[in-house]
Design a protein around this ligand. Structure first.
Ligand code: F6P
Length: 354
């Protein structure tokens, strides 16, 4: 272990996610076990700018492993995007002699982590977002819990749909990513899923609902990702008009982000949190902790960000020039796999709805 690490900071930033507390606990305890002090920074990067933090002792993080939300609170901090904000944050780190930071959050959080790293505060990112939209990792903290919440809510909707012979169109969170929607549609036996990744055949969906109703099927669920914008509510009206099946609409919104973390998210948070501390104390920086082929690994943050942009089609000019030909080939492969996965899941949802 490098001697220079005497104190690290931990923060949670962006949309909160179940399991963030379990990650904070793992990070704090792993650091303390290695003789390193830990500061818990409140409200993400804004806590760093406004010097709002407390020392985390082993007892401070007792019994938070099972709690939803984040005891460190969270924020999307506009001020941190300015050079002045960043310099203030660096000054606060220096004042408290913080040698490095673990930042738990999504892509916005990782941009902040890079900003700190390049300005001399080694920072490592841990993916904590229900959206599962960090392409470099198979799984992000909060995703499993969010899916379980959607399934619990929709099982209830199914009960009442079955009693009343109705359809329910349910919009779920996920920002631009259909991961929550497609996986829960499969788990719920939904008649259809509408996601940004695969073109939706609305006419075929209507035809299927009509046919299944004629065959005696009473209840229908359609899961729509919020990434398909301005669609779900109007679609519910069209289903009723075109199929004759009474159709209700529900937007689960932030319900999906709350609640106690599942076993899967607690374990992932522990593994990722400990690994982040190990890498940070080994003198590494500018990494994001990922799960790949079910193993916990560290990926260069820049690589992860470029991969995300390449996948989402939002690359800026010159970005790819920072990558080797081998890295670009690796990215193409990962993107191809992800697209195939979505296509497979989408086909599966449709095939199984009979
Ligand atoms: O990124 C997590 C997320 O919950 C998205 O699924 C959603 O689009 C967004 O955050 C909502 O953000 P806010 O809590 O700021 O309304």
């Amino acid at each position: 272990m490098e001697k220079k690490f005497r104190k690290i900071g931990v923060l949670t930033s962006g949309g909160d996610a179940p399991g963030m507390n379990a990650a904070v606990r793992a990070i704090a305890r792993a650091a303390l076990a290695r003789g390193v002090e830990v500061m818990g920074i409140y409200g993400g990067y804004s806590g760093l700018i406004h010097d709002n933090m407390i020392e985390l002792k082993a007892r401070t993080v007792s019994n938070i492993v099972s709690r939803g939300g984040t005891i460190l609170y969270s924020d999307r901090c506009e001020e941190f995007k300015t050079e002045e904000g960043m310099q203030t944050a660096i000054g606060v780190c220096k004042k408290h002699e913080i040698d490095g930071i673990v930042a738990i959050g999504g892509d916005g959080t990782f941009r902040g982590a890079t900003d700190l790293s390049v300005r001399g505060i080694p920072t490592i990112g841990v993916p904590g977002t229900i959206d599962n939209d960090i392409t470099a990792t198979e799984n992000s903290i909060g995703f499993d819990t969010a899916m379980n919440t959607v399934v619990q809510m929709c099982d209830r909707l199914r009960d009442t749909c079955e009693s009343h012979a109705r359809c329910n169109v349910v919009e779920v969170m996920g920002r631009g990513a259909g991961d929550i929607a497609i996986n829960t549609a499969l788990a719920l036996g939904a008649v259809a899923a509408v996601i940004p990744e695969v073109p939706f055949d609305e006419a075929a969906c209507m035809e299927k609902i009509r046919r299944l109703r004629a065959d005696g099927k009473r209840s229908f669920l359609v899961i729509v990702s919020e990434g398909v914008e301005h669609f779900s509510e109007a679609f519910a009206k069209r289903v009723q008009a075109e199929t004759g099946v009474e159709t209700k609409f529900a937007r689960l919104a932030h319900v999906v982000r709350g609640g106690d973390p599942t076993l899967g998210d607690r374990i992932l948070a522990a593994k990722m949190g400990v690994y982040a501390v190990e890498r940070l104390l080994a003198g590494e920086s500018n990494l994001v902790i990922c799960q790949q082929d079910n193993r916990i690994v560290a990926v260069d943050i820049l690589y992860s960000q470029i991969l995300d942009r390449k996948y989402k089609g939002t690359l800026k000019e010159g970005m790819l020039e920072k990558c080797t030909a081998e890295q670009i080939a690796q990215m193409d492969c990962a993107i191809e796999e992800k697209k195939k996965d979505f296509a497979r899941l989408y086909a599966m949802v449709n095939d199984l709805a009979r």
